[in-house]
Design a protein. Structure first.
Lengths: 359, 163
C-alpha cells in the first residue's frame, strides 16, 4: 500500500507544469513560497460551512489539525440559517454565498436537506449560485484499513449543475408529477474538458464515460457526443463508454478496473467503495449529517479532513496538504485510534489528537 | 427531487400503514448505494422508482455474484414475465454464444420464481434446491463463477440433482 502513496506523490510532481485555465493560480504571490518552506506570507481566507448534525464536530477536527500543522488559512465560518433568505430562496444567506464568491475557496460539512419540503436544497443552491460545474470525488483504498477491495484508485467526475437534479419538477395533475432531465452541450463539454484535463494533469491513462444512452438516447446521447469530441483532443488518453448498469456491477465486483469516470449528474450516485473522498473548490464531505450520532463525539472526521487536504492542494499548499494526508493515513494504518465506523472505539477528539501527534 | 420522489414516498407511507407488522424505513439513494457496498446484510426488501431500481439491482447483483446468478421477474396486474434480474446492459455476442460459457443459473432461478407465481411451490422448491446444491458443491461452475464448465454441464448436473 505504501507504493500507492508513492505513486500518487510521483504523479503530482510529474504534473507541476501544466498551463491551462484550470490550474491558473489565483494566488500568484504564492509561487515562490512553494519552493521554500511552508512559512507563508499572508494567510488565505477560506469560507467554512460546518453544516449540521456531526458537521460542527468534524469541522472542529479540521480546525485543530490545521492549527497543529500551522496551515496559513483563516476560516470565515458561516452557518445555515433558520429561515429562508428571500434573496437566495434557501436557508443559505446571501452573505454566505458572497463570502465564498470573494474567498473563492471553501470547505463544507454535511448539510441536511429536509426531504419533501418545497424550497431549494442547500447543496443545490451552492452549486448553482457558484456555478460549480464539476463534482470531483477521488476514491482510493486507505492503506492499512482492509475493506472488501484493495487497489481502488479511481476518480468520479460528475456534472454538477443539470441532469436529473435540475430542480425542475411540477405537478401535472394530482397524483402525477413530472421531473425534467436537462442535458446541454455546453455543460457536457465543460465537464468532459475538465475530466480529460484532470486525467492528463494527474497522469491517469483512461477516462470512462458513464451513461444510459441505450434508453435515454437524446439526453445521454448528447452527453456522449460531447465526451467523444473532447476525447479526440487528447489522443494519448484512452477513452471508453460504459453503460451505468454495467458500471455498477463492475464497481462492486472489481473496482480496480476503473480510472477516471465522467458522468452526468444522477449517475454520480454509483457506489463509492471506500472512505476518503473530497470535492473541489467547495471541498465537501460526501456523507450525510448523521443526526443519530451528532454531539456524541463519535463521528469520523477523515472524509472532511481529506476534503480539506484537496482544498489545500488546490491552493497550491502542497507541503501542508501532504503532511496532513500522511498523518491521517498513518493514524488509520496504525490502527490504534479509529472511530466507530472503522471498527474502532476512539472518539472524534482522540482520533483528531492522534492525527495532530503524527504531524 | 422533492415532488417526484416525494410523491413516491408518500405513496409508500400510505401502503405501509396498512401493514403495521412490517417495518418500513426510507433511505436516500446516495446513502443506500454506500450502505449496499459496505453492509448489504442490513437490507431486506427494497422498493424503488424505475431508474434507481436499475442501479440498485445491478449493484446488488454485483455483490451477490453477478448477472449470471440473479433471478428476476416483471409483474403486472394481468401478466407476469420472468427474466434475469440484472443484465448489465449487454446480451452478449455470437462468439460468446458459441463458447457455451453462459451461466444458466439466473434463468433457472427465474423460472423457479415463475413456478412459485403459478402456485407450484413444490416444483419451485425442487428446482431451487437443486440449483443451489450444484453451486455450493462447486464442481460444475461456469466461467463467471470462477469455474470452467460449459452451460450444458451445469444444466446436466442440475437435472441429476433434482432427485
Amino acid at each position: 500500500m505504501a507504493s500507492q502513496i508513492l505513486r500518487r506523490v510521483l504523479r503530482r510532481f510529474s504534473s507541476t507544469t501544466s498551463s491551462s485555465p484550470f490550474s491558473s493560480n489565483p494566488y500568484p504571490h504564492r509561487n515562490f513560497d512553494r519552493c521554500l518552506s511552508s512559512a507563508a506570507t499572508t494567510p488565505i481566507t477560506a469560507t467554512l460551512f460546518p453544516g449540521d448534525g456531526i458537521g460542527p464536530e468534524i469541522a472542529e477536527s479540521v480546525k485543530k489539525v490545521f492549527k497543529a500543522a500551522e496551515v496559513p488559512i483563516e476560516w470565515e465560518e458561516h452557518y445555515v440559517g433558520k429561515e429562508i433568505d428571500p434573496r437566495t430562496q434557501s436557508f443559505l444567506t446571501w452573505e454566505s454565498l458572497e463570502s465564498v464568491r470573494q474567498n473563492r475557496v471553501g470547505l463544507k460539512g454535511p448539510m441536511a436537506t429536509p426531504i419533501g419540503k418545497g424550497h431549494r436544497s442547500l447543496n443545490l443552491t451552492l452549486r448553482k449560485e457558484l456555478n460549480l460545474y464539476a463534482n470531483v470525488r477521488p476514491c482510493y483504498s486507505l492503506p492499512g484499513y482492509k475493506t472488501r477491495y484493495d487497489d481502488v484508485d479511481l476518480i468520479t467526475i460528475r456534472e454538477n449543475t443539470e441532469g436529473e437534479y435540475s430542480g425542475l419538477e411540477h405537478l401535472v395533475v394530482r397524483g402525477v408529477v413530472e421531473s425534467l432531465k436537462i442535458i446541454s452541450r455546453q455543460a457536457s463539454l465543460r465537464v468532459a474538458e475538465y475530466a480529460f484535463h484532470y486525467a492528463k494533469a494527474h497522469g491517469r491513462d483512461r477516462v470512462s464515460a458513464i451513461h444510459k444512452a441505450n434508453i435515454m438516447q437524446k439526453t445521454d446521447g448528447l452527453f456522449l457526443k460531447c465526451c467523444r469530441e473532447v476525447a479526440e483532443k487528447y489522443p494519448e488518453i484512452k477513452y471508453e463508454e460504459v453503460i451505468i448498469d454495467n458500471c455498477c456491477m463492475m464497481l462492486v465486483k472489481n473496482p480496480a478496473l476503473f480510472d477516471v469516470l465522467v458522468m452526468p449528474n444522477l449517475y454520480g450516485l454509483t457506489p463509492s467503495c471506500n472512505i476518503g473522498e473530497g470535492g473541489i473548490v467547495l471541498a465537501e464531505a460526501v456523507h450525510g449529517s448523521a443526526p443519530d450520532i451528532a454531539g456524541k463525539d463519535m463521528a469520523n472526521p477523515t472524509a472532511l479532513l481529506l476534503s480539506a487536504v484537496t482544498m489545500l492542494h488546490h491552493l497550491e499548499l502542497h507541503d501542508e496538504a501532504d503532511r496532513i494526508q500522511n498523518a491521517i493515513l498513518t493514524t488509520i494504518a496504525e490502527g490504534k485510534y479509529r472511530t466507530v465506523d472503522l471498527g474502532g472505539t476512539s472518539s472524534t477528539t482522540d482520533f483528531t489528537k492522534a492525527v495532530c501527534d503524527h504531524l | 427531487m422533492k415532488l417526484a420522489d416525494g410523491l413516491f414516498l408518500e405513496s409508500c407511507r400510505e401502503v405501509a400503514t396498512k401493514y403495521p407488522g412490517i417495518k418500513y424505513s426510507e433511505i436516500i439513494v446516495d446513502n443506500c448505494c454506500m450502505q449496499l457496498v459496505s453492509k448489504p446484510e442490513q437490507f431486506d426488501v427494497m422498493v424503488t422508482p424505475n431508474l434507481y431500481g436499475n442501479l440498485v439491482a445491478n449493484t446488488a447483483a454485483g455483490i451477490a455474484g453477478g448477472t449470471g446468478v440473479m433471478p428476476g421477474g416483471n409483474v403486472g396486474a394481468d401478466h407476469a414475465v420472468f427474466e434475469q434480474g440484472a443484465s448489465a446492459g449487454n446480451v452478449g455476442s455470437e462468439e460468446i454464444v458459441a463458447q457455451n460459457k453462459a451461466n444458466p443459473v439466473a434463468l433457472l432461478l427465474s423460472s423457479a420464481m415463475m413456478l412459485r407465481h403459478l402456485k407450484f411451490p413444490s416444483f419451485a422448491d425442487r428446482l431451487e434446491i437443486a440449483v443451489k446444491w450444484v453451486i455450493s458443491e462447486g464442481k460444475y461452475r461456469t466461467k463467471d463463477l470462477g469455474g470452467g464448465s460449459t452451460t450444458q454441464e451445469v444444466v446436466d448436473s442440475v437435472i441429476a440433482a433434482l432427485d
